[in-house]
Design a protein around this ligand. Sequence first.
Ligand code: S3P
Length: 169
Amino acid sequence: MPINESLYLIGFMGAGKTSVGRALALKTGNPVMDLDDRVEEEANMSIRDIFEQYGESYFRELESKILRDSIHKKAIITTGGGVVLNRENREFLQKTKRVIFLKCDPEVTFSRIGDDPLRPLIKNKTAKEIGEMYKERLPYYMECAALSIDTTHLSIDEIAKEIQKEMNL
Ligand code: S3P
């Protein structure tokens, strides 16, 4: 069913947001938009280069701007794992009421993302450090979400089906 307002997928790195967003878009015939892709388009460089050349705060500014621009979009919107760090972003997301948190055990997350060089925030981090980062962010994800799905033992297809069912898509 076509959606008539934005639907946001949030969650920690490696939770499957981008893949689930794509699968859900295919199943429901809705467009999908990835905030990280939009940030890269806007800056005309990769996220890794943005972090390296301008630092995290510049990336966060762009990310927040792109998030706000998405308000009138009728699409499945996949977000970067740190979008919830900013209080105003959390308020913005909460107001939409269509926020789905893809939850995933940090150990599984670590095995999925390892030390992916394209994810600057986990470069050279141990599993323990990533676990701590996850713990710090968990309350923020919970605060924003209208629906939480534990994706730890689910396939991309199963997660997409669950969202379809819960959101009547
Ligand atoms: C980040 C997650 C990344 C990307 C950036 C920062 C984070 O997106 O936005 O590297 O702070 O968790 P994914 O969650 O899609 O990996």
